[in-house]
Design a protein around this ligand. Structure first.
Ligand SMILES: [Cu+2]
Length: 168
């Protein structure tokens, strides 16, 4: 009887010890799963950030290559035979910015489509530019910059911004 009682006590002790062990294991498992989920989330965030960086770089390269009107750094001239030649496009919203060197004659070739808006002519008094633009064709503007600086080019009719010439 007493042995049986002791046996039962031992069994129930064992059961409660096992229950405690099981609870402990379950808690550790849950903690492990949470850690794994956090790690996965971190990995996804990293992959997302890398993908975003690649996308941004791609967009910048495309924008740079196409020389987005007015906003991009703009086109630089190539010098040959004492003349620096630069080609840009013109639209109703204006033209591209250009960068040229002081002291060398500039040949600025502007290609325009059918829509020029109010910018049918451009002027830059300090550089001696006052030129009508040809629709659906090209116009060549020549000038020789002498002083480095930034020169705003505007439309001849209203003085609205067209582009900026940077002389270096
Ligand atoms: Cu205008």
């Amino acid at each position: 009887m007493s042995n049986n009682n002791n046996g039962n006590k031992n069994v129930s002790k064992q059961i409660s010890a096992n229950t405690a062990k099981k609870k402990n294991l379950e808690e550790r498992l849950a903690a492990q799963r949470a850690a794994e989920a956090a790690q996965r989330k971190k990995r996804y965030l990293l992959i997302g950030a890398a993908a975003l960086a690649v996308a941004l770089i791609t967009v910048s390269i495309i924008l740079f290559a196409s020389g987005g009107a007015g906003s991009a750094p703009g086109a630089s001239a190539s010098i040959s035979g004492g003349t620096q030649t630069i080609s840009t496009t013109s639209s109703a919203s204006g033209g591209e910015n250009i960068t040229v060197k002081a002291g060398t004659k500039v040949k600025w070739v502007i290609s325009a489509g059918s829509s020029l808006g109010c910018r049918t002519g451009i002027k830059q008094s300090a550089l001696g530019i006052n030129q009508q633009l040809t629709k659906n064709g090209t116009t060549t503007v020549t000038f020789t910059p002498t002083k480095p600086g930034k020169y705003k080019v505007v439309c001849t009719t209203m003085g609205m911004a067209y582009s900026t010439i940077t002389v270096v």
